[in-house]
Design a protein. Structure first.
Length: 90
């Protein structure tokens, strides 16, 4: 039985470009094929499921609930969002 279930509905997405190791990309694409969904969905579920298990992060996020999420560069500084780009959803 797959750990990630196919999505029941559609949600809004924000674009974020990232580099991924080839072996992880292979696993991502194959797992998406396994559950008959997209690699984007699998990646989002991995993030949601993994971060939800990090109690320290969950507590920190609750303390910072009013803060807006922004993109960051590799050096950890805030990145620029394109004009008209959709806001990231939590």
């Amino acid at each position: 039985m797959p750990l990630i279930k196919p999505r029941p509905n559609r949600v809004r997405f924000a674009r974020h470009l990232a580099r991924i190791q080839e072996s992880n990309l292979d696993a991502l694409v194959l797992y998406a094929r396994f559950i008959s969904d997209t690699p984007d969905y699998v990646l989002n579920q991995l993030i949601e499921n993994t971060l939800a298990k990090d109690r320290e992060f969950v507590a920190w996020r609750a303390q910072h609930a009013g803060e807006a999420a922004t993109t960051t560069t590799a050096k950890g500084t805030p990145g620029r969002r394109r004009r008209g780009a959709p806001e990231a959803q939590e």
